[in-house]
Design a protein around this ligand. Structure first.
Ligand code: AMP
Ligand code: MG
Length: 489
């Protein structure tokens, strides 16, 4: 790893320097070749194992924990910060730099009552989902590796500690801006310093002046909207959309009790602690906007509120247009693009209606989200009946929807090509909670990571048939239905 230290060198006062503490008897549980390439690494080796398990210093690393705050479940917490993630610096790769962080690397000044550790099950889940989302083209932070150990940690019972090696283009969160607005009052200079740094590093096409700030916030709003459109299209529930878990770059960030939908259900809550369903699957688009408003408020000392409001107003149309485009590709509608904005909005509205009717049909019949879409992509579009018809409870409702759907898809020149295209947009395999759970249990009980490796392989090619793996595309068995994870991680 070859590091630069821009955050560390330019943002004194925005972090605490802290050294990670090694985990004993470290072993690779998982390694991502794809993530490794991003920072110019090849295969794992023992030196890297020692460095990334914090048992040896990484040459060129600076080791620091960032300070930030955030709105958690609607309430403001004045100081959070990296309680168990220690950043080594920005590793230089062939196409840009990536922060390297040891999540679970030991206590920091921000750990509060926590031990600074991550349990193996949560580290494995973060590793798998980061790489699975990337393979689905969902904007996300990445995971280079997950490292297991013998170090005991206490949650509800004794477990072992692990480290996820996270790669992020930036670790700057909405909560960073909130901290330097509210918690370090009287320091608008710091807010400006943070914004100028963010722009210089990650929005180099913008200038650090009023016009640049205005456009910057538009881009933050729109990348957040696009990220959430991706979540809704692949059926991903994040589970803890607190503003400290929202990346300023619109990357999916800080994984906890996330889930991919099995049965389609707008009200699905994946977080055991989310009693009111604040972060239920269908709430995510609204929460994205709520979070952006909290960010906007924190920016009012340095950006005029009219500019902030104008940017926020682009959220909903951006999200809808991205979502509709993603769903068009899944359902095979063909692109609908037109020069005239009003006509475009009308087309989007009509398609959105057809898409929503489809998800309501799935919900009413308790059907699996990913598998139903995959099945829809295999139909002979000219035939009267879709194979999904037999799965429906209300067949006549489905029939009338299907007629409208056929009319929208129109003539398909080559059905085989059409089906192949659908398969490139509808994954056969997603990281269902029960699959992750089976891999975790094998590591816990037998020290065997082969299921984890198999799952990782599978999910890096989620659109391929991989017929020998058919079982892993199935809906969960009874014990794994609607698995809800606790926040304890
Ligand atoms: P999260 O829900 O993972 O986003 O965490 C919320 C906050 O709690 C962040 O500031 C974390 O750094 C901190 N935190 C979570 N788990 C631990 C832990 N085991 N030790 C110390 N801090 C933690
Ligand atoms: Mg967090």
């Amino acid at each position: 790893m070859r590091f630069k230290q821009d955050f560390f060198e330019q943002l004194d006062g925005f972090y605490s320097q802290v050294y990670p503490q090694g985990i004993q008897n470290p072993q690779w549980l998982g390694w991502s070749d794809d993530a490794a390439k991003l920072i110019g690494l090849g295969k794992p080796n023992n030196d890297l194992l020692m460095q990334l398990s914090a048992n040896a210093a990484a040459p060129g690393a600076s080791y620091y924990a960032q300070v930030y705050s955030g709105h958690q479940f609607g309430g403001y917490t004045p100081r959070l910060g990296d309680g168990r993630s220690i950043i080594l610096g920005e590793a230089i790769g062939p196409n840009g730099a990536w922060d390297v962080a040891l999540k679970g690397g030991g206590p920091t000044p921000y750990s509060r009552q926590g031990d600074g550790r991550a349990v193996m099950r949560s580290a494995v889940r973060e590793f798998l989902v980061s790489e699975a989302l990337a393979a689905l083209s969902v904007p996300t932070t990445r995971a280079l590796a997950v490292i297991g150990s013998d170090l005991p940690v206490w949650r509800e019972s004794q477990e072992t500690a692990a480290i996820t090696v996270r790669l992020a283009k930036s670790h700057i969160r909405f909560g960073h801006f909130e901290y330097f607005c509210y918690s370090e009052r009287g320091a608008p200079d710091k807010l400006t310093q943070l914004l100028n740094f963010t722009i210089a590093q990650h929005f180099p096409h913008l200038t650090a002046d009023a016009a640049g700030y205005k456009q910057w916030f538009v881009e933050v709003v729109q990348s957040t909207a696009k990220m959430i459109a991706h979540w809704q299209a692949v059926g991903f529930a994040h589970g803890v959309m607190n503003t400290d878990n929202m990346s300023i770059l619109g990357d999916t960030f800080d994984f906890g009790p996330f889930a991919f939908l099995d049965t389609f259900n707008e009200s699905f809550i994946c977080n055991h602690s989310d009693h009111e369903g604040r972060y239920a699957f269908g709430q995510q688009p609204g929460v994205g906007l709520w979070n952006l408003k909290r960010l906007a408020q924190a920016l009012t000392p340095i950006i005029p509120s009219d500019d902030l409001i104008a940017a926020l107003n682009t959220y909903q149309p951006s999200l809808v247009s991205e979502y509709v485009n993603l769903m068009r590709a899944k359902l095979g509608f063909g692109a609908a693009s037109c020069q005239d904005r009003e006509t475009q909005a009308e087309l989007d509205k009509q398609d959105l209606q057809l898409i929503s009717q489809f998800t309501v049909l799935l919900e009413n019949s308790q059907l699996d989200y990913s598998n139903s879409l995959r099945k829809m992509g295999q139909i002979d579009i000219s035939s009267q009946h879709s194979p999904l018809r037999d799965d429906m409870l209300n067949v006549s409702e489905f029939d009338s929807w299907y007629q409208a759907y056929q009319a929208r898809v129109g003539n398909v020149a080559d059905v085989t090509v059409w089906q192949q295209q659908r398969n490139q947009h509808n994954p056969k395999y997603v990281l269902r909670n029960y699959l992750a759970q089976e891999a975790i249990i094998d590591i816990e009980e037998k020290g065997d990571n082969s299921k984890l490796l198999q799952l990782q392989q599978l999910l890096t090619r989620p659109f391929d048939e991989q017929p020998q793996m058919n079982d892993l595309a199935k809906r969960p068995p009874d014990w794994g239905q609607g698995l809800i994870m606790s926040c304890s991680s």
